[in-house]
Design a protein around this ligand. Structure first.
Ligand code: G6P
Ligand code: MG
Length: 483
């Protein structure tokens, strides 16, 4: 069967913590297991991570772990009765001095002192991802007085956003700092930063990871209005990251659903142009939390993200807390494969008319261009230390599988997120340099990925196991004696 190119990130949670379920998710096509640090205990994440590693090893596949930091989501405090119900036209106050456990239908506490300086009369505040909406009438010394414009139930700890953005606490909380050490302990391949405002937040996260001796690649979640206010802000954030996530939940609340689709397309395209991976996330198969079948709209959403060449599509509650986690992964697998069969998924105009910046980038892109235009080619083989060369390659639309050969298990996990890339364990330093090409091709032949008579393209550098050194590509005919 052809390899699926678009990768699937599935969130593990109470519905998907058993050995059986994790094994079934891997069989169904989960490429990256996401641990959401907003929920669950460190020991629960440890146990899930252990199971993923163990089962992937048994099945001889590479599954990456992604730790998603909670970040500074601003939330209301608690209600005396756990929840209230608000009606359109009601007056309701958010107070920075009201006792945090004693919310009622008039007022609720909030542990965010800047609320009174960040809000103005006329602002729109969205609670619980926009299910309840308040209009600010006036702002006092320690409270914001509002009128309910969309009513509904409201329970403890629901998130709050301001339309247009502007409620912003520092991106890395004390809890995030602890969770970064957990991600390091579990050798997670990716760590996602929630609500980063700018490159500086990403630099700080990178420093904290480094201090914990983590090799993880950093994902910026694009979910603040400020992050997409102009292309300069967006590009700065992308540049400071290794990958980005279109975090449509909070982003949609802040910028409004009308703008969301256009921004999603912009983020995907700008990330790819800057050699970064991109994940499209939130509510992709939402109805599958309680139904074994996606809606047509969900099918269309996943397919369109795949057609726009996202690296990965993501499942959140569908797999973490839903009744049909395995079916949700299977549905994504099927829909992505269908999208990938469309001609538009295979033809590339990527960076045409643009200069390249680096030698390895030039070889990586040239290899894809050659492969796409020479019909006998059936695979791209790239020797990689860190996963950087296949990352660049996989920015280009193609029907060709990209096999990333590396001795490093962290690298093999990392490439599991990249579109069209499959990791294969291979150590060029173990063999005479004159044998490397032959052995690399034989490895693919043994695995059944290529056949005698095929052409393959292989890239590598002059020195083995050195990052950034790729400087050659070669066209090789499978079955012939290769040097
Ligand atoms: C392997 C190869 C080197 C190549 C490197 C590229 O280590 O043996 O010849 O230079 O990969 O690694 P990168 O991390 O830049 O993809
Ligand atoms: Mg979010």
């Amino acid at each position: 069967m052809t390899l699926r190119r678009t990768k699937i990130v599935a969130t593990l949670g109470p519905a998907s913590s058993s050995r059986e379920c994790i094994a079934a998710l891997i069989d169904a096509g989960m490429n990256v297991a996401r641990m959401n640090f907003s929920h669950g205990t460190a020991d629960e994440h440890r146990e899930r991570a252990r199971l993923v590693r163990e089962i992937a090893r048994e099945k001889d596949v590479h599954v990456a772990l992604l730790g998603d930091l909670q970040g500074p989501k601003i939330r209301i405090a608690r209600f005396t009765d756990g929840k209230i119900s608000l009606e359109k036209g009601d007056n309701f106050r958010l107070s920075i001095s009201h006792p945090l456990d004693e919310g009622n239908t008039d007022v609720v506490g909030i542990d965010y002192p800047d609320l009174v300086t960040d809000c103005r009369a006329g602002d729109e505040l969205l609670l619980d991802d926009g299910r309840v909406v308040l209009r600010v009438d006036s702002v006092g010394k320690d409270e914001v007085r509002c009128t309910v414009t969309i009513g509904g139930p409201l329970s403890n700890h629901k998130g709050i956003n301001r339309r247009g953005g502007g409620l912003s606490a520092a991106a890395l909380t004390d809890k995030d700092r602890v969770d970064i050490t957990l991600a390091a302990e579990l050798d997670m391949e990716y760590v996602a930063v929630s609500f980063p405002r700018d490159a500086a937040d990403m630099h700080l996260a990178r420093k904290l990871l480094k201090d914990s001796e983590s090799q993880a690649w950093l994902v910026a979640k694009i979910e603040r209005a400020e992050a997409v206010a102009d292309e300069e802000a967006l590009d700065g954030l992308i540049k400071a990251s290794d990958a980005v996530m279109v975090a449509r939940g909070d982003l949609g609340v802040e910028i409004g659903d009308a703008e969301l689709v256009g921004i999603q397309k912009l983020i995907i395209s700008r990330a790819r142009k800057q050699n970064k991976a991109v994940i499209t996330a939130t509510q992709m198969m939402e109805s599958m939390i309680s139904s074994p079948m996606p809606t047509r709209a969900e099918v269309s959403d996943v397919a369109n993200a795949a057609l726009d060449y996202t690296d990965a599509v993501m499942l959140s509650a569908e797999t973490a807390a839903g009744s049909y986690p395995v079916e949700a992964v299977k549905a994504m697998d099927r829909v992505c494969r269908g999208a990938e069969r469309q001609a538009i998924s295979q033809q590339s105009g990527h960076r045409m008319g643009q200069d390249f910046e680096r030698c390895d980038e030039t070889i990586a892109l040239a290899a894809m261009y050659a492969g796409n235009h020479f019909p006998g080619v059936t695979a791209i083989i790239t020797l990689t230390e860190s996963g950087y060369t296949p990352l660049i390659m996989s920015r280009i639309r193609s029907h060709l599988p990209i096999f990333a050969l590396s001795p490093n298990s962290a690298t093999l996990g990392r490439v599991a997120l990249m579109r069209g890339v499959q990791g294969i364990t291979f150590n060029p330093a173990d063999m005479p340099s004159s044998d490397v090409n032959q052995r690399a091709v034989s490895r693919l032949l043994d695995l059944g990925h290529v056949a005698a008579g095929d052409w393959v393209i292989l890239t590598k550098g002059d020195v083995y196991n050195s990052r950034g050194g790729t400087n050659s590509m070669k066209l090789l005919k499978v079955g012939e004696r290769l040097v």
